[in-house]
Design a protein around this ligand. Structure first.
Ligand SMILES: Cc1cc2nc3c(=O)[nH]c(=O)nc-3n(C[C@H](O)[C@H](O)[C@H](O)COP(=O)(O)OP(=O)(O)OC[C@H]3O[C@@H](n4cnc5c(N)ncnc54)[C@H](O)[C@@H]3O)c2cc1C
Length: 229
C-alpha cells in the first residue's frame, strides 16, 4: 500500500493558529495561547471558513495509483499545488501497480498480471526500437503507482472529507484519505480534535444524503415534490 509523509512545513497547532489569526482582527491579546486556542475553537464551531485557510498541510503521497491521484487533483478549492513524478525520466520498465482485492480468482489474477506484463514488455520494446520514453509511457496504466508532493489548506481538506469519506467514493481514495488523516493525527492533539470533529462525509454534515444513488446509511434528501406534500 501507499505511504504518506507529512512534511515539517505543516502547521502543528492548527486550532491555535486559527485563533491567533482571527485575534488580529478582533484586537485580542494574541500572546495568550490559551485564549488563542479557545478563539480558534470558536471560529471552527461558527464555521468561519476563511480562518481555516491559514492552516497549511504539505505532504508526500507515495505508492498510490495514478488514477486516485487524478481524482485527488480535482479538489482545487483554495488553489492547492503539487508536483508529480515525471513519466519522462523515471525508469518504468518495472513499474509497480495497485492490486485490487476483488481480483482474486486464479483466472482474474492471470488476466490482470498478464496485462501489466504485456504493457511493460511493449513499452520496453518501443523504447529499445527508438521510441522516446515520453511516448512509450503513454501505454502506462492508471493502476500504476506514482508519487506526488502536495500542499493545501485545512478548508480544502475538510471539504475533501465531505466528498471522499462518502461510502460511494472509490475505495483507494477512501484508503488514501484515511492514511492521510492518520498521519496528520500523529502531529498533535489539535489535529486529532480537528479530525474527530470536522472530517466527515457530506451526509453526516447535512443530516441527509444528497446523492442520487445512496449507500443507505442516511435518509435521502426528499425530492421537491415530496417536500410540498
Ligand atoms: C460518489 C462520487 C462520484 C464522483 N464521480 C465523479 C466523476 O465521475 N467524475 C469527476 O470528475 N468527479 C467525480 N467525483 C468528484 C466530485 O464531483 C468533485 O469533482 C470533487 O469532489 C472535487 O470538487 P469539489 O467541488 O468537491 O472540491 P473543490 O474543487 O476543492 O471545491 C471546494 C469548494 O470550493 C469552492 N470552489 C472551488 N472552485 C471554485 C470556483 N472555481 N468557483 C467558485 N467556488 C469554487 C466551492 O464552494 C466548492 O464546493 C465524484 C465524487 C463522489 C463522492
Amino acid at each position: 500500500m501507499g505511504q504518506i509523509i507529512i512534511l515539517p512545513e505543516t502547521t502543528k497547532d492548527p486550532i491555535s493558529l486559527i485563533g491567533r489569526r482571527a485575534g488580529v482582527c478582533w484586537g485580542a491579546d494574541i500572546t495568550d495561547e490559551k485564549k488563542n486556542y479557545r478563539r480558534g475553537l470558536d471560529c471552527i464551531a461558527s464555521g468561519h471558513g476563511r480562518t481555516f485557510e491559514f492552516v497549511n498541510v504539505e505532504a508526500v503521497l507515495d505508492g498510490y495509483s495514478a488514477r486516485v491521484i487524478r481524482e485527488w487533483y480535482t479538489h482545487i478549492g483554495g488553489a492547492p499545488t503539487r508536483l508529480q513524478a515525471s513519466t519522462r525520466y523515471i525508469n518504468y520498465k518495472d513499474f509497480s501497480y495497485i492490486y485490487p482485492a476483488t481480483v482474486k480468482t486464479e483466472e482474474q489474477k492471470r488476466a490482470y498480471e498478464e496485462t501489466m506484463k504485456a504493457i511493460t514488455e511493449a513499452a520496453q520494446k518501443l523504447e529499445e526500437s527508438g521510441v522516446p520514453r515520453e511516448d512509450a509511457a503513454l501505454l502506462l496504466p492508471l493502476g500504476m503507482t506514482t508519487k506526488i508532493v502536495d500542499k493545501r489548506n485545512l478548508r480544502n481538506i475538510i471539504d475533501m472529507s465531505r466528498q471522499r469519506m462518502c461510502a460511494r467514493t472509490y475505495w483507494e481514495y477512501r484508503q488514501m484519505f484515511h492514511d492521510y488523516l492518520g498521519e496528520l493525527r500523529k502531529l498533535s492533539e489539535e489535529w486529532a480534535y480537528l479530525i474527530d470533529t470536522q472530517m466527515m462525509p457530506k451526509c453526516e454534515a447535512m443530516g441527509y444524503c444528497p446523492e442520487k444513488k445512496s449507500c443507505g446509511r442516511m435518509p435521502q434528501k426528499p425530492s421537491q415534490g415530496q417536500r410540498h406534500l
